[in-house]
Design a protein around this ligand. Structure first.
Ligand code: FES
Length: 99
């Protein structure tokens, strides 16, 4: 099984993780601090801009999709606690609430 590359652009840190790993877990492995709340896809605290090919991440399920919709962040953003990598390379570009 090929590892997935996750690059945290603002910090310049990159890690390689197993498919199925959340972006939040990848951040922990990379030593990147992320402000979190519920860690269940409900509060939206960890919304971030993410750049990746369509198949690089598992599609957002519930409650992540509903939370992003409610926040007006349905396009180009994911919740780091909920988004799971699938293949290739994913770039995390920062906090969607601040940018
Ligand atoms: S920490 Fe609450 S949605 Fe991710």
């Amino acid at each position: 099984m090929d590892l997935v590359e996750v690059a945290f652009v603002a910090s310049g840190k990159t890690v390689f993780v197993q498919p199925g790993t959340t972006l939040l877990a990848a951040a922990g492995l990379a030593g990147v601090e992320v402000t979190t709340g519920c860690t269940r896809g409900m509060c939206g605290t960890d919304a971030a801009h993410v750049a990746a090919p369509a198949d690089a991440l598992e599609p957002a399920g519930e409650p992540e999709r509903g939370t992003l919709d409610r926040m007006g962040l349905a396009h180009g953003c994911r919740l780091l606690c909920s988004a799971r990598v699938r293949r290739g390379r994913v770039e995390v570009h920062g906090d969607a609430l601040l940018d």
